[in-house]
Write a protein that binds this ligand. Structure first.
Ligand SMILES: Cc1cc2nc3c(=O)[nH]c(=O)nc-3n(C[C@H](O)[C@H](O)[C@H](O)COP(=O)(O)OP(=O)(O)OC[C@H]3O[C@@H](n4cnc5c(N)ncnc54)[C@H](O)[C@@H]3O)c2cc1C
Length: 328
């Protein structure tokens, strides 16, 4: 018998869960008030880094381990995955930060001089050493969400534009921060980002600039477009970027390479990442509703693993390692 599932929320989590369930034969209906991927979802503002090893600097072991599934999953599901690794650099005066980052992460090699210049010629004049995380990847998040959604629809998944709560036997709630009405321990962690166009500058991979006060990453989106991110502020506010944050992001980009001073400012964006107290995701069952939430800064990195676990639970009754069923 075919299992029928209703999914509330078509951000990155909802779309990944729908893809996994559909691939395994379930009949899936997606509900979302928006017509498709867009600025209403936190996923719209993401950098698209699939960087489990770098995230291990602050994140716990499951993020590093489960995040290693992400690049293959996105590729299998039609996204263009850039497998060029990522680089971590710091200004000379903050060199201790680079050593500390190296000690607390794995999956990197130290590069300097001509090796660094060969990887990223743009950085060669301003940085003499870096950590290279060769197994990391990145995607364009907006294009990848649209690709997933289009594939689901052509695969027979129904998409209904509504915010109404369905009365069905199995509902998967993937509403991100909107699920705070039911998940009282879910909080928002504000992230501000900027999109620039600098057609004369080329980077092949995400670069992280370590800095004691405002760490920055910059993700190339192709055609001279770059995403700069991101602040991390304890606040559920979703719509307002502050002058201070934007100034800090832009100054850090300028420190990475002064030519970013000539870039065109295309977009300033902000949203609040849905997170639990330990910043780890959860699958939580309450009656007929299963919540998949708390992806924090790892929506694109961890949704593939969460979707796999969710499908194992719904279709095969396997309890996921991130389940906390008894929480109320
Ligand atoms: C600046 C920034 C940079 C980031 N960079 C990265 C990164 O590089 N890599 C990474 O892995 N992660 C990154 N993240 C984190 C990632 O964006 C989040 O973890 C992810 O978006 C959370 O996805 P979600 O599907 O849970 O929520 P959302 O994307 O917010 O999706 C929730 C969906 O639910 C819908 N919804 C709301 N109410 C209802 C309702 N009543 N009924 C039905 N649907 C409803 C909304 O319309 C929305 O489409 C970043 C986040 C920010 C803010």
């Amino acid at each position: 018998m075919t299992t029928s599932v209703i999914i509330r929320g078509a951000g990155v989590v909802g779309l990944c869960v729908a893809s996994e369930l559909r691939a395994r034969g379930a009949a899936v209906t997606l509900l979302d008030p928006a017509p498709g991927p867009g600025p209403q979802a936190c996923s719209w503002w993401a950098g698209g880094m699939l960087a489990p090893f770098c995230e291990g600097y602050t994140a716990e072991e499951p993020v590093v381990r489960l995040g290693q599934e992400a690049a293959d999953w996105w590729q299998t599901h039609g996204a263009t995955v850039h497998r060029n690794g990522s680089l971590v650099v710091t200004l000379a005066r903050d060199r201790a930060e680079l050593s500390q980052f190296a000690r607390r992460t794995s999956g990197h090699i130290a590069v300097s001089g001509p090796d660094l210049a060969a990887l990223e010629p743009l950085l060669a004049d301003h940085f003499d050493r870096a950590l290279f995380f060769g197994d990391e990847a990145h995607i364009n998040p907006r294009m990848s969400l649209e690709t997933l959604r289009a594939r689901l629809i052509s695969d027979g998944v129904a998409y209904e534009q509504t915010d109404a709560a369905p009365s069905a036997q199995t509902v998967i709630d993937c509403r991100g921060l909107a699920a705070r009405d039911a998940l009282k321990d879910l909080r928002g962690v504000k992230g501000e980002m900027v999109i620039l166009r600098a057609p004369d500058l080329t980077l092949s991979r995400p670069i992280r600039l370590l800095h004691p006060r405002f760490p920055l990453y910059i993700v190339p989106r192709g055609d001279g477009v770059f995403m700069l991110g991101a602040t991390q502020i304890e606040s559920g506010e979703r719509g307002r970027a502050s002058v201070r944050s934007v100034m800090e992001l832009l100054s850090a980009a300028y420190a990475l390479h002064p030519a970013f001073g000539e870039a065109e400012l295309l977009e300033i964006g902000t949203d609040a990442r849905p997170a639990f107290a330990d910043n780890l995701p959860r699958i939580r069952r309450r009656g007929g509703t299963i919540y998949v939430n708390g992806l924090f800064r790892h929506g694109f990195l961890l949704s593939p693993a969460l979707a796999r676990m969710l499908a194992d639970l719904v279709l095969d009754g396997q309890i996921p390692e991130v389940m906390d069923e008894d929480h109320s």
